[in-house]
Design a protein around this ligand. Structure first.
Ligand code: C5P
Length: 238
């Protein structure tokens, strides 16, 4: 994979116009744009269509979590939209994950579509050991993350979204082919904003991340193109 293919830009903006401007500005440097709940709730599938029309890819970050039938149907719609990656909550359970894999596979065969990567969110990074206890989960945070990653792997998912701290454990437990997407990327000494478990792009890649997700370090940079070039150079070293 080229460095450009491993960098995912988080389109965390609240207008379609701004989203389009970022895609136009960055599309020569970034292959995949992450569309989350804000943009998708506001503008729907046309956001995805616009990005695809510029020749870029979409990671649809809607973190599906519902009964198996509903998630499987949402996954089929995401596949028909042409996204390259979408995600579900591993806490939705094994049956839910098995169903979404099966239904996406079937629609790809039926309609001759390319299958997106289907990845799991394990435990949200906003939750810590204390919050897990509140939810009645008795495993430690890292044990629970690894447990859910393995469940996702056994259900046929392609990978997980996880912080740099968990990459090595997950690759050891689930195999090198199991994809890891890592957000929380910050340059050394840069503000961490609301991220708790951060790493530099080169740390994440050297630990085994297949993709990194970067938002504010590019969006808030004085010179976003310079920031993106710096990240691509870091990726290229490995
Ligand atoms: O701006 P920043 O680089 O922190 O953006 C990171 C992106 O990755 C945001 O869109 C955020 O929602 C997403 N993300 C995350 N941590 C996770 C999963 C997704 O920061 N565990």
């Amino acid at each position: 994979m080229l460095p450009k293919d491993r960098l995912i830009f988080a389109l965390d903006v609240d207008s379609l116009k701004e989203a389009e401007e970022w895609v136009l500005r960055l599309k020569d440097y970034v292959q995949t744009f992450k569309v989350g709940k804000e943009l998708f709730t506001g503008y729907g599938p046309k956001v995805v269509e616009k990005i695809l029309n510029y020749g870029a890819n979409v990671f649809l970050d809607l973190k599906f979590h519902d009964i198996p039938t509903t998630v499987a149907k949402a996954g089929v719609q995401a596949t028909k939209l042409g996204v390259s990656i979408f995600n579900v909550h591993a806490l939705g359970g094994k049956e839910m994950m098995l169903r979404v894999i099966e239904d996406v596979k079937n629609v790809c065969i039926k309609d001759n579509l390319e299958s997106p990567l289907i990845v799991a969110v394990t435990i949200l990074t906003s939750l810590g050991d204390k919050e897990l206890k509140e939810l009645g989960i008795t495993r430690s945070l890292s044990d629970e993350v690894i447990y859910l990653a393995k469940l996702a792997k056994d259900s046929g998912l392609d990978g997980v979204v996880c912080s740099s701290k968990e990459i090595v454990l997950i690759k050891n437990k689930c195999g090198r082919g199991f994809k890891v997407i890592t957000p929380g990327i910050r340059a050394k000494d840069a503000p961490v904003d609301d991220q708790k478990r951060t790493s530099t792009a080169s740390e994440a890649i050297s630990l085994g991340a297949d993709f990194i997700v970067v938002g504010r370090p590019i969006r808030s940079a004085k010179d976003p193109i310079k920031a993106v070039r710096g990240i691509l150079e870091e990726i290229e070293k490995f």
